[in-house]
Write a protein that binds this ligand. Sequence first.
Ligand code: 13P
Length: 255
Amino acid sequence: MRKKIIAGNWKMNKNLEDGLALVSEASNMIKDEYNGNAIVVFIPPYIHLNAVSKMLAAYPNQFTGAQNCSNHESGAYTGEISASMIGSCGANYVIIGHSERRQYFNEHNQWLAQKIDTCLKNKLLPIYCCGETLEERETEKHFHVIASQIKEGLFHLNASEILNITVAYEPVWAIGTGKTASTDQAQEIHAFIRGLIASNYSPEIADQITIQYGGSVKPENAAELFAAPDIDGALIGGAALQSRSFTDIVKAMTL
Ligand code: 13P
């Protein structure tokens, strides 16, 4: 059975003290209240990674991740953070290609492919984001946009490398808007993404890839989304900023 992963992307929220309080509360609630098999990933701002990783060391199914990394290995890139630095702070996962990075920082698929490579070289597990804007959906370009994001970001990888990737489908129109994709809409795209991977690699490989849904996931809609056959978890923004709502979403993954 493929891994189920529930990840909380804090974006640019929480100072260190508040962030550590959140992790302390949520990690204990999850330990005490959750008996499923999902992996839980806390994705705070970079500068909290080391402290959060130390706090989670005692929790076997809870990990940390970074929100981005440089496409360069090291060198004169002021303000950038490398994959190797992220790993040295105890993180295991890295979000690559979040729509906010694509939209506000002009990150494009070719760069993202380089970022994926530097993560894998440094033994980090990428969570690769894809998803269409509202305009792209309304003009029925969404399948095409998602196919390009997946092919250009990932399909240079060989069969053993692709197995380290988690894909997150995050329709831009559902992020932070309170408007969730319906379970049918999300399932349709997840099955499409799995089909792309199956035709480029193999159905067996595609079957092992975790595909998360992201975009206004809340305790109220999580169970229904998780019941869909190709939805293997969630990448959560707003609802990950409170221990109760984050824990309740984790608990909705009953497998
Ligand atoms: P929201 O859950 O706030 O819609 O954010 C989703 C997201 O962008 C997670 O990466």
